[in-house]
Design a protein around this ligand. Structure first.
Ligand code: 5GP
Ligand code: 5GP
Length: 226
């Protein structure tokens, strides 16, 4: 009798553990990453897309699923390829907001495909291909970083700004603390390269970041023109 009860208990426990594992989130939050084209192009060779020079504005780099411990999943479904016909209703918005600056010049499809395969496939439990790209575009439209920075007198004019005031301006304008990634121009000056904001697993709402990436800018950074 005791043996029978134990085996039922073990089965119930196994079922419970499996159920928890299956229902668990495949990621904890997203980083929404925007790049400053001036800092991409003055640090290495860059090429404009076939459609011409992008606007002097932040562009989308990606929407990256992440774990709360700072690690992240990548390339989660080798079977899932990027198919532009899935996002045909988003074409004009995505061409404008998510330009590729890598060389050689392209129609941007390689960049979007890379982002889908590396990152988008890891949030497919929440967002299919169309909704993944739509979520990134909606976030970009919700987050006008250039306007937010401009309101605090921070402009892409080659001047040097205090890193703290850049963060404060974004926090004040959006309600959330950004993480800033820097790179260096050809003369070695540290400059504002990418802005990371955190987003909940629906891909729609900004949140405070559970964890920030590693790395540090200096306390004064350049904001180059583009
Ligand atoms: P890097 O080594 O230049 O910082 O990053 C190279 C690439 O790795 C990024 O473009 C992105 O695809 C991925 N990556 C780097 N850091 C993170 C991170 O903290 N979270 C996620 N999800 N991806 C990252
Ligand atoms: P990550 O793995 O860093 O998310 O994506 C970077 C990859 O996308 C690199 O292979 C890079 O060559 C390509 N790529 C294409 N266009 C761009 C661009 O405008 N910015 C960045 N950072 N990478 C781009």
């Amino acid at each position: 009798m005791m043996k029978l009860q134990c085996s039922i208990l073990i089965k119930l426990l196994t079922f419970h553990v499996l159920a928890v594992l299956c229902a668990s989130q495949q990621f904890d939050f997203f980083y929404f990453v925007q790049q400053w084209p001036g800092s991409y192009c003055d640090s290495k060779q860059c090429c404009y897309p076939n459609t011409g020079k992008p606007a002097s504005d932040f562009g989308i780099h990606g929407l990256w699923p992440n774990y709360n411990d700072g690690s992240y999943p990548s390339n989660c479904d080798p079977q899932s390829q990027f198919d532009p016909s899935n996002i045909s209703d988003l074409t004009s918005r995505i061409q404008e907001e998510w330009p590729s600056l890598a060389c050689p010049s392209s129609d941007n499809l390689n960049f979007w495909s890379h982002e889908w395969v590396k990152h988008g496939t890891c949030s497919i439990s929440n967002l299919d291909q169309h909704d993944y790209f739509a979520a990134a575009l909606n976030l970009k439209e919700q987050l006008d970083l250039l306007q937010v920075l401009g309101k605090s007198g921070i402009h892409p004019n080659g001047e040097v700004y205090d890193l703290g005031s850049i963060k404060d301006a974004i926090k004040q304008g959006t309600g959330y603390t950004p993480w800033i990634e820097c790179n260096r121009d050809e003369s070695g000056n540290t400059q504002l390269y990418q802005v990371y904001m955190c987003v909940d697993t629906s891909g729609s709402n900004l949140i405070e970041c559970p964890v920030f990436p590693h790395g540090k800018c200096s306390s004064n950074i350049e904001f180059p023109s583009f």
